[in-house]
Design a protein around this ligand. Structure first.
Ligand SMILES: [Zn+2]
Length: 864
């Protein structure tokens, strides 16, 4: 998780008040009659000038006010033809009326003190034929180096609000090609205009797009809040700094201290102190608020003190107890400062041992289902909530294809508004502005009127403003897309309901983009392309076209693949190969220097998420990763005349003539005449690291000899003990079904390091209602052995595994006995977070090893 946010500190606000002088508010000059004031006359002439405060009055925010002034100037010009001059307040022409921006003397002379405004509050006000647009413009943390994201710019928000309301400007997409300015011969403003508004949300932040798109549509950055991307523990007690000197700071797992994953021994007072010091570090730099959050994929410490901590068993409850304790200490030590405590992973549900938090606590919810808000309603959180939302992001199962509908956007904003959510962190956003633009737009705009936002009206507004004469086919295009997306968008939105979705992205994508949906979208997009007239509309359609072509090709591959799976033949294979090649060309064309490049006309849009080439090839990361047939080497398969998926692997093994020695000489002695089996990429794709093995047996044991490539020097291995998470690093996995049952099997895992292995039995529980039914039972412990030989110079890893038949409660297998087996390897590619999976008998359906249908046959053949 990644993040950043904000709040104005009381200290900051009072400092600004003193700077600006604190005049008492003058009596309102409002008159009762409502006349229109003419800003721009029919002839394209205007008696107005845009007035910026003198530099000393706008301070650090000056350059952003200048940008705001230029936006105002260019929109007025595009609408009416009139070009208003921009001047500083000390250079104004007395012959002209003024549009005053920001903290001008004029503003202050009217008794308005914007330093008193909270957050992004702005005003639009007519005063004596002058228009005032102002808000609080300041930088809460002076040494915050995040450019404009370190600022609160109420005046700029006021400018975009004026443009939206009185000029009908719409900020459809990020950048100048995304700003729609309707033509207007005259521009008038209500003489009694007097609006003061505080946005309904303090920030929606996390993924950056473009200045005006963000501010106009309520994607307000936050300044003054220190967020870490979700997890502060990594920074409080970094492995790099402490793993060697203080191993006791990290968790005890399987009897050893294990720094892997940066999980902490939270009962250790020194660890608690480091966590607290990390909080103070940022608050003392001027931040008003700091995040406090445990590690991702949290693993509790098994030491005696941690087990006792808080007098509770649940590891999540222990965290709540610790985090509230730190918050209470902070309230005493740094009054006025706030802490955001994460509710995530083990702390997903509210605490059970207490019912209230001190008022300096904001709870960050990573589950924001109505059910979860209901649970939290029983706990007192006077500081309110923020949410860390997973609406978008290409780690979702549908990867780099659309995820949300405008209807979803409106429903979520309403839910948040009603439940006192004050900030939103976006984990993923903006990967698909062409196809998902209306959902993003609805999300931001819905916060203007959360109770009444209408997805239909907002989509309609988007299409009219965005596509002009091509409005009708584009409305149809999006309607068809969003109607079909409704199932995925709705079900996948909340963790409580996710279970209903099929896991395989191929199944969801085939539904979302069925051939009929693709056809209707294509027809309407073509109609729109013919109708498009203006430069901006053509550029917007180009963005839509590029993304749609990507999605269409992707879905077509899946449709043909499904046909191939139903009937594997060369006709389907060749069609599939054509589409895969088309996709490869497409991937190549959009990438530069290993990443998806931005489009020339859309410099602020992270086209297809700007992902690296590898991620694009598999359509995303985590749950999105598409495997077969996207990873097939179609030309090699064709050359070798292999139709993938037709046959499982089969291997005959022989009884050794003599004793099998425990050494790595796999090419001599009894191993000499036994050929290697090679392990392929799990779905017949390509591999970086090669794995081969040989198998033999004697009267008492089965032996598997591994010979693989591995960049040993670039890797570190941490022993996890017995039945620790051996799968969390480089490992070999062996599955044995000695009954050829495709139901019961044994599972062995080992790492290239001593005392680091796992074993389990599966399928032995027959009661389907038992929670352990068809799950790995790690309490099963066999008596088996593994030996490693690492050769750093030659990048080699050799290993020998010995499994006594007795340990499986079996006698020596007779001649002709058949077992089902599979052997897999997880390779964690160094320097990346990528995982490479090799498997002996490939699994074309899913990216996992334990699929019993994919197991190959091993036949015991007696002596050769
Ligand atoms: Zn501990």
């Amino acid at each position: 998780m990644k993040k950043v946010l904000i709040y104005a500190t009381l200290a900051m606000i009072s400092a600004m008040m003193m700077l600006n002088g604190c005049k008492s508010a003058g009596a309102s000059q409002q008159t009762k009659k409502t006349n229109k004031v003419l800003l721009i006359a029919q002839s394209g002439k205007s008696n107005y000038q845009i007035v910026l405060p003198d530099k000393k009055d706008s301070g650090l925010a000056d350059k952003y006010l200048q940008k705001g002034a230029k936006l105002l100037q260019s929109c007025v010009k595009e609408a009416s033809g009139a070009e208003l001059p921009i001047v500083r307040e000390n250079k104004i022409s007395s012959a002209k009326n003024c549009i005053y921006l920001g903290n001008t003397k004029y503003l202050r002379s009217k008794g308005i003190n914007t330093a008193k405004f909270t957050n992004w509050t702005w005003i639009n006000k007519m005063q004596d034929q002058n228009l005032i647009i102002a808000g609080h413009d300041f930088k809460p943390v002076l040494n915050d180096r995040r450019g404009r994201y370190a600022f609160i710019l109420g005046t700029v928000k006021g400018i975009t609000a004026f443009l939206q309301r009185d000029l009908g400007v719409r900020f459809i997409l990020p950048g100048k090609n995304g700003i729609h300015v309707p033509k207007q011969k005259t521009i008038t403003v209500n003489e009694n205009l007097d609006i003061k508004k505080t946005p309904n949300i303090k920030f929606i932040y996390g993924r950056r797009t473009e200045f005006f798109y963000e501010i106009a549509n309520n994607f307000l950055p936050s300044a003054g809040i220190k967020l870490y991307g979700g997890h502060s523990y990594y920074h409080a007690v970094p492995v790099k700094k402490y793993a060697k000197t203080n191993p006791e700071y990290f968790i005890l797992k399987g009897g050893v201290r294990n720094p892997k994953g940066n999980h902490l021994c939270i009962s250790n007072p020194e660890v608690q102190n480091l966590i607290y010091r990390e909080m103070l570090k940022w608050l003392d730099k001027g931040y008003s608020t700091v995040e406090l959050a445990q590690t991702d994929g949290y693993k509790p410490c098994e030491c005696r003190n941690c087990k006792k901590y808080g007098n509770v068993k649940d590891p999540g409850e222990k965290l709540w107890i610790l985090h509230r304790k730190l918050a209470k200490k902070l309230k005493k030590d740094r009054p006025g400062k706030k802490v955001i405590i994460i509710s995530y992973g083990p702390t997903l549900h509210p605490p059970k041992t207490f019912k209230d938090f001190p008022d300096n606590v904001i709870i960050e919810l990573c589950s924001y289902s109505p059910e979860n808000f209901q649970r939290w309603s029983k706990c007192e959180v006077p500081g309110g909530f923020m949410t860390y939302i997973y609406n978008w992001g290409y780690y979702q199962s549908v990867g780099l294809t659309p995820k949300r509908t405008p209807k979803f956007s409106c429903e979520q904003t309403k839910l948040f508004f009603r439940n006192k959510v004050r900030g939103v962190y976006l984990c993923g956003f903006g990967e698909l502005f062409g196809l998902e633009g209306p959902a993003y737009y609805a999300y931001g705009r819905a916060f203007d009127t959360p109770e009444n936002a209408s997805p239909q009206l907002l989509t309609d507004e988007y299409c009219r403003a965005g596509f002009g004469k091509a409005y009708i086919p584009m409305k149809k295009f999006y309607d068809v897309l969003f109607k079909r997306l409704e199932l995925y968008s709705g079900v996948s939105s909340y963790s409580d309901a996710k279970v209903a979705l099929p896991k395989s992205p191929r199944v969801i994508l085939a539904y979302n983009y069925s051939p009929d949906v693709l056809k209707t979208m294509e027809t309407n997009l073509q109609r729109a392309e013919k109708l498009a007239e203006s430069f901006k509309v053509k550029k917007r359609l180009l963005l839509v076209r590029k993304e749609f072509d990507y999605v269409k090709n992707l879905a077509s591959i899946i449709h043909i693949y499904n046909a191939y799976r139903t009937s594997p033949n060369w006709q389907f294979f060749d069609k599939l190969a054509d589409l895969i090649n088309q996709r490869k060309r497409m991937v190549k064309a959009v990438c530069r220097k290993g990443r998806v490049a931005r489009l020339k006309d859309w410099p602020h849009v992270t086209f297809l998420g700007g992902v690296d080439t590898q991620t694009l090839k598999v359509n995303g990361r985590q749950g999105a990763i598409l495997s077969a047939p996207f990873n097939w080497n179609t030309s090699l398969l064709k050359k070798k005349k292999v139709l993938p998926g037709l046959n499982q692997k089969k291997l005959t093994i022989y009884k050794a003539a003599g004793a099998i020695p425990i050494n790595a000489n796999f090419d001599s002695g009894i191993w000499k005449t036994i050929p290697y089996q090679s392990m392929g990429e799990i779905q017949m794709g390509q591999l970086q690291e090669q794995t081969r093995f040989k198998m033999a047996y004697d009267t008492n044991n089965l032996y598997i000899a591994f010979n693989c490539t591995l960049p040993v020097g670039k890797m570190k291995f941490f022993p996890v003990g017995r039945d620790g998470s051996a799968w969390g690093q480089e490992c070999m996995e062996i599955f044995i079904d000695p009954f050829a049952s495709r139901e019961k099997n044994y599972h062995f895992i080992f790492n290239p390091v001593k005392n680091s292995y796992y074993d389990a039995a599966r399928g032995f529980i027959e009661d389907q209602l038992d929670p352990q039914y068809d799950k790995n039972d790690a309490s099963w412990n066999g008596k088996w052995y593994y030996y490693n030989w690492l050769d750093q110079k030659n990048n080699k890893w050799k290993a020998l595994v010995k499994i006594p038949f007795k340990s499986l409660k079996l006698t020596s297998p007779g001649k002709g006995t058949t077992w089902l087996m599979n052997i897999g390897r997880e390779h964690y590619i160094p320097g990346t977070k990528k995982l490479e999976l090799s498997l002996w008998s490939p699994n074309l359906e899913a990216m996992n090893f334990h699929e019993k249908e994919a197991f190959g046959e091993v036949v015991f053949a007696g002596k050769k």
